[in-house]
Design a protein around this ligand. Sequence first.
Ligand code: CIR
Length: 257
Amino acid sequence: MKAPYKFSHAIVREPAATVVDGLRAVDRGNPDIGRFREEHAAYCAALVVAGVEVIRLPALADYPDSVFVEDPALVLPEAAILLRPGAESRAGEGEHLAGSLAGHRPLVRLAEGRIDGGDILVTGRELIVGLSARTDRTGVEALDRCIGQWGYAVRCVALPEGLLHLKTGCSLLASETVLATGGMIASGLFDGYETVAVPQGEEPAANAIRVNGHVLLAEGYPKTEGMLAELGYEVMTVPTGQAALLDGGLSCMSLRF
Ligand code: CIR
C-alpha cells in the first residue's frame, strides 16, 4: 500500500495543565493531565517509529486546546498556511505556531472566514474540506483562492450530523483510498475514491493517520485493526482516551509534513 506522501517532520505541542478546560461537545469528565502526557508521549514515540522527526513545542497554558495543533494550520509542500479556527478560544493559537512553521515553509496567513485544519483532508489529487460548526464557506473560499496558485483543487462538502470535524470520521490510507465511517461513505462525500468502512461500533477508529509505512490507529478498535492488517497495512495502535474526552483524536495532535 503506497503512502500518499513521505513525511519527514511532525510538529506537536505538549498538553498544558489547563487542558482540563478544553472544549467538548458532551462532558464525560475532565482529562487527567498526567495520563494525557503519557498518551501524548506514546503518540510522539509512534511518530518516531513511523520515521518522522518530532518537533515538540512547549505547552501553552492560555490555550487549553492547543495540544490539537492540526486545527490552526495547514502545511503543504509549497507553504504553511495559518488558518482561522472557528472556536473563539482557539483564535490565537496559530500565531504560536508561526515561528516553528516559518523555519520549514513560507508562511501565509488566511485573510478571512473560519476554517479548522480538522476539516481538511488532503488527498493525492485535491483537498476535501468539510463545512462544519468551525468551518464556513468564506473560509473555504479563502483557502481555495490561496492554494489555487499551486494548482490544488478544493472539494467542499457538508458534514453529516454529529461530527465535530471532517476528519473526526475519516482519514487517508493511500492517495486514492479513504478510511471512513459507513455514514460518511453512504453520504457520498468520497465518491470517486476507493473507500474502506470502519466496522460498525468502531466509528472513532476512522480518525487514523497514515504516516509513511504505518497507519496509526486509536487503541481499542480490534475489528478495524484486524481489517487494516488483512488489507496489508502496517498498523500501530496508540492510546487516545484522554484526547477523546475533548473530542480529539490522532490526526489533530500533529502537523505532519
Ligand atoms: C476542540 O473542540 O477544538 C478541541 N477540544 C478538539 C479539537 C479536535 N481537533 C480535530 O479533530 N482536528
